[in-house]
Design a binder for this molecule. Structure first.
Ligand SMILES: COc1cccc2onc(N)c12
Length: 119
């Protein structure tokens, strides 16, 4: 029956890539995604890379997706969560950046749950 997700389909890299692509597109289109669309500029934020050793952004994630890097949901989640944790390390809670990270994280987790990728 269609509702049964056979093991190979759950882990099929092609199926996962499609799901990650759909979720990544939705996240990029969220109104709170704007601070995270591209790498933080060292020119605009000179001390950023003194604080943040493992930077991540949504453009880099798109490049990694295209390069077939995301072969498991753990790898995809790890990069997305890095975006949120970096933002909460560098920015204080009352900033728009921090509050965008919180809202985008809730949205991301809901989309992952809807796709059955959050167990
Ligand atoms: C344009 O994004 C930024 C500008 C300035 C500081 C920042 O911390 N985290 C960010 N995404 C960020």
């Amino acid at each position: 029956p269609k509702h049964l997700r056979y093991s190979e389909e759950l882990n099929d890299p092609e199926v996962l890539a499609m799901q990650f692509s759909n979720i990544l597109q939705l996240v990029k289109n969220h109104k709170c995604a704007w601070p995270f669309l591209k790498p933080v500029s060292a020119a605009e934020v000179p001390d950023y890379y003194d604080h943040i050793k493992y930077a991540m952004d949504l453009k880099t994630m798109s490049d990694r997706l295209k390069a077939r890097y995301y072969v498991t949901r753990h790898l995809f989640k790890a990069d997305m969560n890095r975006i949120f944790t970096n933002c909460k390390i560098y920015n204080s809670p009352e900033t728009e950046y921090y509050q965008c990270a919180e809202k985008l994280e809730i949205y991301f987790n809901n989309k992952m749950k809807e796709a059955g990728l959050m167990e």
